[in-house]
Design a protein around this ligand. Structure first.
Ligand code: FAD
Ligand code: A2P
Length: 274
């Protein structure tokens, strides 16, 4: 299901909330997933892969904010977000109903570890995501620096069902026609989407496909090693924990903005009770 609402730029619209931005586009991908675009504050500078706090005014009149990866690249005039719909989630039970012309709150203080500066130079970069963990890579896949820094870019995205891959699939598909990076992407990007609970062309968990060597065989790549391979990881806490163990097995070490190494990790969300 893709339901889209779009409109001419809201040039005349004036925001009323503090730090408000205007919604310019909303697309619903499944019952649980949607994406939207908002105006970009003129002063906002960020590195592709970072996240910000966004939200709506709560019932008490106080802002109800949550962390969101910016899914658009640093050069884009607007900001894009890719979101879950949690039925009784304080924010997303309401956010899922936003429409073009509505206002959201956006605190312009970007942070995060999924940035190129946090990795040592290498030959291949692996983007490893489950679910909405694809969002920071929607930014990095549209970032020219990704293709300038690496000979090979591999995007592995895993969801339970095929429909949940659609936002990522369409985004990857659109890259080859992108006037800015279309030529840079050609021959460099390999996309490896998998499902775990519905049949599709490629199946299985990212951890299993790395450990079994299946993904290397399918993509005709050598196994990962610390000299050539770099990775960025974004998924649930359990996924991040298990992928880290796999990457360490291949000899990669976790880096940070303050100490660039071979891989970096970010939470796609904080689970119940954690
Ligand atoms: P919450 O009370 O925040 O969450 C309720 C429960 O829903 C959680 O305990 C968890 O079990 C589940 N849940 C929350 N978010 C997700 C999710 N994304 N996928 C699956 N289950 C989830 N969310 C996005 O949709 N897109 C993003 O780009 C994004 N980036 C994030 C970046 C960081 C660094 C962090 C820490 C979180 C990010 N989140 C993202 C999660 C987001 O902050 C909220 O948790 C989410 O919007 C739900 O808000 P809520 O108030 O409706 O429910
Ligand atoms: P699976 O269906 O085998 O659990 P979820 O919706 O639970 O967040 O999961 C999103 C995707 O991430 C699913 O395909 C799921 O596979 C996979 N996944 C969940 N936990 C892990 C993990 N610890 N290691 C690898 N993949 C995981």
């Amino acid at each position: 299901m893709t339901v889209m609402t779009d409109a001419a730029p809201q040039a005349a619209a004036k925001p009323h909330l503090p730090d408000a931005q205007i919604v310019t586009q909303v697309k619903h991908w499944t019952d649980r997933l949607f994406s939207f675009r908002v105006t970009r504050p003129k002063s906002l500078r960020f590195r592709s892969g970072e996240f910000v706090m966004i939200g709506l005014l709560g019932d008490t009149g106080k802002p109800l904010l949550r962390a969101y990866s910016i899914a658009s690249p640093a050069w884009d005039d607007e900001l894009e977000f890719y979101s879950i719909k949690v039925p009784d989630g304080p924010l997303t039970s309401r956010l899922q109903h936003i429409q073009v012309g509505d206002e959201i709150i956006l605190r312009p203080k970007p942070v995060g570890t999924l940035v190129h500066d946090a990795l040592l130079p290498g030959n291949r970069i692996w983007f490893l995501a489950t679910g909405t963990g694809f969002a920071p890579f929607a930014s990095l896949l549209r970032e020219p620096e990704t293709y300038e820094k690496y000979e090979s870019v591999i995007m592995m995205h895993t969801c339970r069902e095929v429909g949940e891959l659609e936002y990522g699939r369409q985004l990857v598909e659109s890259l080859k026609d992108d006037p800015l990076i279309g030529e840079m992407v050609a021959g460099k990007l390999q996309y490896y989407p998998t499902t775990t609970r519905e049949p599709s062309a490629h199946m299985g968990r990212i951890t299993d496909n790395l450990l079994s060597g299946k993904v290397f065989a399918d993509l005709n790549l050598p196994p990962m090693d610390a000299e050539h391979d770099r990775a960025m990881v974004c998924g649930s806490l359990a996924f991040n924990h298990d992928v880290k163990a796999v990457l360490e097995k291949f000899g990669l070490h976790e880096g940070a903005n303050s100490e660039p190494l071979e891989y970096v990790v970010e939470k796609a969300f904080v689970g119940d009770g954690i």
